[in-house]
Design a protein around this ligand. Structure first.
Ligand SMILES: [Zn+2]
Length: 447
């Protein structure tokens, strides 16, 4: 949201009585404009293998670098042939036919996985700026939108061990027991407060790490999110209470957010706390239908955690589900999980609306230092309320970002030429790119 500070969080009873549910509603103060400082332009220096903990070595598999080599080879080929390569369908960008229609507007900002491998978790615990030090390079971009979304990839449960039992709280210390990294994450709960103070307004908690601290961890994470006033979707309490969706209200627009995941990494979801995109597809589509028909809801945004890791194009399974969700009434899909970007798409629904998909937002902040994984984008999606009161997509733009691994790790925008920016543009095309210093405007062609 525009203001990095939350004015309040109110729970209201929406007329969703037919559904028998309550939606969380956030309200916000108006913003003060924040100017982007000069983009940090230092080249990333990477963590050496020795600086990584053993658990990080586990994810630096021998095939690391294959994607990067493939990308470089294709980029060389592209330079010599002039042919588009990855994500060619969106090379020229996507435009929406009602972009310039009059009406009240809302801008959503979206980023991908908040994925704290141990070097990042340690920095967040020790740095004066806390976890915000990991993304301070893009903080003004997060707070410029009316509502800002991220995927919280893992519990922020406090002192709960990986067996799901309460353990000793080590305080702000990364002890590998209460707070740990790959393959079973758990973050210090102050991460949530730092996300909120940086302008994050809503998160997904449905992802493959959702129950890395079992049922208790999911419960504690939900409690900590509630205490911090950060709405979430996709997980619910072990006692069965709670919804698979939440709502946010900003600038007069009420959005319903639904998160789901393809998997919980083989950990049994004993209390049915995590919404599953494929196993519960019928329930997902029915929820989208109900919320999109609710006159109190302006738009339904679905944030699936899906797809193949490290692949830069979606597979048929994601495409089919995406189109079904939009045909059921959703306005946009903001995907995550592959750890790399996947293309944006405009989809014309069966009822004639133009809906938006980004199949994967990539990582927000992570310890995955390879070019495709340290590269991502902050996506702005614009909505307009037409004269008939119905809300439609007016446009989408993005700022390429790169996680940098110097003495201090930080996410920075990439406005000028470089391999990270080039990689992002290979996938998302160049037609919708914007500079971090540009005014946030999803329809600059209408000026
Ligand atoms: Zn994931």
């Amino acid at each position: 949201m525009k203001s990095p500070r939350w004015s309040k969080l109110a729970l209201i009873c929406l007329p969703l009585l037919a559904l028998g549910v309550l939606g969380g509603l956030s309200s916000q103060a108006n913003a003060q404009d924040v100017k982007m400082d000069e983009a940090v332009s230092s080249n990333p220096e990477h963590l050496s293998q020795d600086e990584l903990d053993s658990d990080e070595r586990d994810f630096l598999l021998p095939e690391e670098g294959v994607l990067e080599r493939r990308y470089r080879a294709r980029a060389r080929n592209q330079r010599s042939t002039g042919q588009g390569i990855l994500g060619a369908a969106t090379q020229n960008g996507i435009q929406f036919s009602r972009a310039c229609d009059a009406g009240k507007r809302l801008t959503i900002a979206a980023v991908g996985d908040v994925l704290l491998h141990s070097p990042l978790a340690k920095q967040g615990l020790s740095d004066r700026e806390g976890f915000s030090s990991l993304w301070s390079g893009v903080a003004p971009l997060l707070s410029q939108a009316d509502v800002t979304y991220a995927n919280l990839e893992g519990p922020a449960a406090g002192a709960v061990a990986s067996n799901g039992k309460v353990t000793r709280d080590p305080g702000r210390v990364f002890d590998g027991v209460a707070y740990s990294s790959y393959p079973m994450f758990n973050y210090h709960p102050s991460l949530i407060k730092d996300l909120v103070s940086s302008g994050i307004d809503v998160v997904s908690t449905a992802n493959n790490h959702a129950i890395d601290r079992r049922a208790l961890g999911a419960d504690r994470t939900i409690e900590n999110l509630k205490a911090a006033g950060l709405p979430h979707s996709g997980t619910r309490s072990s006692n069965g209470q709670g919804n698979w969706f939440t709502t946010t209200t900003s600038n007069g627009f009420t959005l319903a957010w639904i998160a789901c995941t393809f998997s919980t990494n083989g950990i049994s979801d004993t209390n049915a706390q995590v919404f599953k995109c494929y196993e519960q597809k019928a329930e997902l589509l029915s929820l989208v239908k109900q919320l999109s028909k609710n006159t109190q809801v302006d738009a339904v945004i679905v944030t699936p955690h899906w797809g193949e890791e490290y692949e830069t194009t979606p597979r048929a399974q994601e495409k089919v589900l995406a189109h079904s969700i939009l045909d059921a009434g959703a306005t946009a899909i903001l995907g995550s999980h592959p750890h790399v970007l996947q293309p944006m798409e405009k989809y014309k629904t069966q009822d004639g609306r133009e809906a938006f998909i980004i199949y994967s937002l990539g990582n927000f902040v992570s310890g995955q230092k390879q070019l495709p994984r340290r590269t991502a984008a902050l996506v702005y999606l614009g909505l307009t309320r037409g004269s008939d009161g119905k809300v439609f997509v007016n446009g989408a733009r993005f700022v390429p970002t790169e996680m940098t691994y110097g003495a201090k790790m930080n996410l920075v925008p990439r406005d000028s030429a470089g391999e990270s920016r080039s990689f992002a543009l290979q996938i998302l095309g160049s037609g919708n790119v914007m500079k971090s210093t540009d005014r946030v405007d999803t329809t600059p062609q209408c000026d």
